[in-house]
Design a protein around this ligand. Sequence first.
Ligand SMILES: *Cc1c(COP(=O)(O)O)cnc(C)c1O
Length: 473
Amino acid sequence: MKYISTRGDQTERRFCEILLEGLAPDGGLYLPVAYPKVDDATLTRWRSLSYADLAFEILSLFIDDIPAADLKALVAKTYTKAVFGTEAIVPVRKLGDSGLLIEALSNGPTLAFKDMAMQLLGNLFEYELARRGEELNILGATSGDTGSAAEYAMRGKQGVRVFMLSPHGRMSPFQQAQMFSLQDANIHNIAVEGVFDDAQDIVKAVSNDLAFKRQYRIGTVNSINWARLLAQVVYYFAGYFQVTKTNTEQVSFTVPSGNFGNVCAGHVARMMGLPVKHLVVATNENDVLDEFFRTGTYRVRKGAETHETSSPSMDISKASNFERFVFDLLGRDGAHCKALFGAALDQKGAFTITAEEFARIAGFGFQSGKSTHADRLATIRATFERHATMIDTHTADGVKVAAERVEAGVPMIVLETALPAKFADTIREALGPMGGDAERPAALNGIEALPKRFTVMKPDTAAVKAFIEQHCQ
Ligand SMILES: *Cc1c(COP(=O)(O)O)cnc(C)c1O
């Protein structure tokens, strides 16, 4: 399988060439030249596979530059009960007779779905860097989920160091404990005296210093990485197999969305031939995507228009993976895609597709909806009262929107993207004394009391560079 850019550059690259990359050189995102199609016999064969074996089969269709035995070993060591808590890895549970089901993607080390892809990425990076005899220094800024998922994926890995900037004192005690309690020598937490944007600005400034970037082999693990998206395709198949008996049955998925990485993997699964009726994009108050699917206008929000919500991992001003879907929607016209995501967004911060293009969306199965703080509270409460199950705030956005879109005879699978223990304050606000405290996996009890390892710094790019230099000796 070869990969091309969404902005018209037809240079074909192989999987391991783009594994450690972010954007394509022309500013686009990588996609396979064509989606592999899965036939009925293959779906039937895949039904009985373990999660790791299913992952191997799917990844093999997209990766032809890692020997099969090596790839098999990498997925086998990634998707284990020890790391993800159950044999099923992504167990599906019913919400009573509501027609809704919940697929748990959040039983990994950081209790959020980003572990599903990041854990594989850690193993792929270590493998590929060893093969090349290279090292990589991952630099990132985080306000929570992505940073901790990256650190738990890369801890102890040969050839990889992580330098993760976070706003000092602004993460929840639980999130701080999760990240700062890591004692691995290759993980460096830098608490910047400022807000998230200060941390993000430093990462951008360091990355824009091309000489420094090259000398210190600075890389990232952001959500546009193709390998992350590919790893997520697997759980759409795994969820489908758990709720159906034959390949003639259709299901729909509702996906709590921010950067469109999760639901874009669902789009890839559907393009491969998985019988998915609808892919429902659920947003919170940051409704960039819901607006597009309702109106055909994609409008990037300004900083001041971006709301801080109680489902913070969906608080985005633009959806960085969205270009991948639009490329397919436009019939893979790279020049057209470049005009929209390059010139139009740069100049006007928005674009509108034509009525004819808008009409094509239905053929891709997409629908959307939006949820607010009040909806989250009501949904967490109703789900607890009716179904005796606690859901987190992001999953609640999904359940709220899914309930509006469920159709008779079509199971609606809501992707659970985090566990409630991560958002204890909002759970308490929703459930009051009846809920008690959101249950935590036993291994995480008391982590707030563990010794912490982090460095506090002024928001100063030069100081961060000096820190990286010093720790690359
Ligand atoms: C990252 C994240 C999301 C949003 O996923 P995207 O791939 O950015 O759409 C939703 N919920 C949780 C808990 C997350 O961490």
